[in-house]
Design a protein around this ligand. Structure first.
Ligand code: NAI
Length: 303
């Protein structure tokens, strides 16, 4: 018996990159897959039915079951159509993988409202829309799961990605809320922060020998390496695994921490701005976080 036999999975943004490997791996494990992809550019412009259909053809050529969907996750009506595609084609839905994404990188001080909105719309609003559209079906069948793609740009930080970091950290809150609210219906929700060589990170500069060396290392992070964890999370093997944040980078798998109070200071008579400066901050300063970026924390080469 294959791991996802009888299950219907929606993978958004599955026309290329990480999502394509998710769709292929899930189909190989017996899932019937809705391959959703708008077919836009990395920055979210344009539309092309080709990528989603191509992945469907690949799955069918290997004897699997799949159907294409070219609706945008960033629109509530369209997100409902994505879920309806699963119901019309396969009669049910068991897992939503919120993977579709775009980038509009720009330093915060130059970022336009349009750049902010479009990235929030696809990542954060899109994850909510598709997940929410599937929720009534999960609730009534008393089962289901969500796999939500986040990023260390949100968990840790990165230059020029205020829109993307905010959206990806928003997805952490969304995923935890879905895990809490849907637990009584046996619905699970987890996040994956991937590291993989895809067109999305293909714009990294390669002008100097150092940059070229770094790029070669990044290219070793195969998109297909993320898929086993997504398949596991979509399967019944992951029973009881919910509300977690995982990371995958080549052959490494990480479990991320979640925010909890780190230090506390107490002053019986209450605080003034001056006493905060004199006592509270010195007491806590040793535990402040540096202005780290993702690459400062993941400072070793992918294994
Ligand atoms: P990708 O650009 O290869 O794939 C994203 C796909 O989403 C594209 O095929 C695109 O057409 C589709 N898409 C964009 N807007 C859409 C919309 N409105 N509706 C439906 N589909 C839409 O990128 P990649 O690298 O495969 O990214 C997959 C996910 O992983 C994204 O959520 C990304 O933010 C996340 N991620 C990737 C990292 C990496 O190292 N590649 C790092 C951290 C997070």
């Amino acid at each position: 018996m294959k791991l996802l036999e009888g299950k219907v999975v929606i993978v958004t943004g599955a026309g290329g990159g990480i999502g394509r490997d998710f769709a292929l791996a899930m189909a190989a494990e017996g899932a019937k897959v809705v391959v959703n992809d708008l077919g836009s550019s990395v920055s979210g412009e344009g539309k092309d039915a080709g990528p989603a259909q191509k992945v469907v053809d690949e799955i069918k050529a290997k004897g699997g079951a799949a159907v294409a969907s070219t609706d945008s996750v960033a629109d509530w009506e369209a997100a409902n159509r994505i879920v309806k595609t699963a119901l019309d084609a396969f009669g049910r839905v068991d897992c939503v993988v919120n993977n579709a994404g775009i980038l509009r990188d720009r330093f915060f001080f130059n970022m336009s409202v349009e750049e902010w909105r479009s990235v929030i719309d696809v990542h954060l609003n899109g994850s909510f829309y598709v997940a929410r559209a599937a929720a009534p079906y999960f609730k009534s069948q008393n089962s289901g799961c969500y796999v939500n793609m986040t990023s260390t740009s949100g968990l840790i930080g990165n230059f020029g990605q205020a829109n993307y970091s905010a959206a990806k950290l928003g997805i952490i809150g969304l995923s935890k809320s879905m895990a809490l609210d849907m637990a009584k219906y046996h619905v699970r929700s987890n996040c994956i922060a991937p590291f993989a060589w895809s067109r999305m990170i293909g714009t990294i500069p390669s002008d100097t020998p150092e940059q070229q060396a770094r790029l070669e290392k990044i290219k070793r992070m195969d998109t297909a390496k993320i898929a086993p964890l997504a398949v596991y999370l979509a399967s019944d093997l992951a029973e009881g695994v919910t509300g977690q944040i995982f990371g995958v980078r080549a052959n490494e798998i990480f479990l991320f921490s979640q925010n909890r109070p780190l230090r506390s200071v107490h002053r019986a008579g209450g605080w003034t701005p001056e006493s905060i400066a004199e006592q509270a901050i010195p007491a806590m300063r040793a535990h402040f976080y540096a202005l780290d970026r993702s690459q400062d924390v993941f400072s070793w080469d992918p294994i």
